[in-house]
Design a protein around this ligand. Structure first.
Ligand code: PLP
Length: 334
């Protein structure tokens, strides 16, 4: 059990080899107009251009690559309403493995459609993610499918860690890398990679103040539950996850909170100043930089645009300047 909760830099290097035939490195650009607004040199790491529109696909493909063929053949099951579902469905399609995703009954029609389009089975169940998780655990126990925790699965962290190999090999001189957090897989892996490749680079995590479970868990030094009231899908989680929290404890220089409104303003700025369509979660890192102009002034900072799966309502709101409509509470992601 203990062993299962370990993850090393070598695992991230191995994940890069496993991903080599599947995903090219993503671009990272800075935008002078954005630098002028932030007062810093900001490098935007474009995970929004990944095949499912988010960095999580690195984790899904790494997981499938490390599973035994017989285990893959029995199928995988997970719970999610968001990009984790798409990542796993995509990876299962690549490896020909059956995939089931349990989503809360109120899950967005767009996400359900996308999961099914990738050939996965979407089971709509329960009022919230906790209910969906229970259902997934039950189904896995019934028929021997491999249950995938969105946060506590080492191969997912190893895979998403390759993002930070790319960032820090390209820019070992960065002062900081800012990472949006839901379950914390990305930020945990970022800390691990930075410690090896760029010890002078601070890893700063950020979550929405309307769903602060990971932030509060990090501050408390123990996994806690918190209400999830954010409209930002990728950051919406109601609890801390053990493995990412363990790694974040050692690897983060700081953990910030920003409001949904600040995230939305950053999302608009990415559209207007960096010709980039980000979903809310993909703009949260920039929001943290904008929220602390003095703290980041004059520095070289990577902000990870973790995803581009903006909903139709978000895109409409970007054009109108109004804030996107808040989601039903059941629609949270892991
Ligand atoms: C999942 C997700 C996050 C949060 O990542 P974790 O590894 O769960 O902390 C951030 N942004 C996007 C777009 C996501 O899909």
């Amino acid at each position: 059990m203990e062993r299962e909760h370990e993850l090393s830099f070598a695992d991230v290097l191995a994940a890069r080899d496993l991903l080599a035939g599947h995903l090219p490195a993503t671009p990272m650009w800075s935008y002078p107009a954005l630098d002028a607004v932030t007062g810093a040199t900001v490098y935007v790491k474009h995970e929004n251009v990944q095949p499912v529109g988010a960095f999580k696909v690195r984790g899904g493909l790494t997981l499938l690559a490390t599973m035994a063929p017989a285990q893959r053949a029995r199928g995988l099951i997970t719970y999610s309403t968001g990009n984790h579902a798409l990542s796993l469905a995509y990876a299962c399609a690549v490896y020909g493995a059956p995939c089931t995703v349990v989503m809360p009954a109120a899950a967005g029609a767009e996400k359900v459609r996308a999961v099914r389009a990738l050939g996965a089975t979407a089971v709509l169940y329960g009022a919230d993610m906790a209910a969906a998780q229970e259902r997934a655990e039950q189904l896995a126990a019934d028929d021997g499918r491999h249950l995938v925790s969105p946060g506590d699965t080492p191969a997912l962290l190893a895979g998403v860690g390759t993002t930070y190999l790319e960032i820090l090999e390209a820019r070992p001189d960065l002062d900081a890398v800012v990472v949006p957090v839901g379950s914390g897989t990305g930020a945990a892996a970022a800390g691990l990679v930075a410690a090896k490749l760029a010890p002078g680079c601070r890893v700063v995590a950020v979550q929405s103040s309307a769903a602060p479970a990971a932030h509060d868990s990090w501050r408390a030094g123990a996994c806690v539950r918190r209400p999830n009231r954010t409209a930002v899908d990728g950051l919406a989680t109601g609890r801390g996850f053990t493995l990412p929290q363990q790694l974040m404890r050692a690897g983060l220089a700081d953990f910030r909170l920003v409001s949904d409104t600040q995230i939305f303003e950053a999302q608009r700025l990415l559209a207007s100043h960096a010709h980039t369509l980000a979903e809310g979660a993909g703009a949260a890192a920039l929001a943290a930089v904008l929220a602390d102009p003095d703290g980041f002034a004059g520095q070289r900072i990577a902000v990870v645009c973790t995803g581009g799966n903006a909903s139709a309502a978000e895109i409409a709101a970007l054009g109108s300047g109004a804030e996107p409509v808040r989601r039903a509470p059941g629609r949270q992601n892991p």
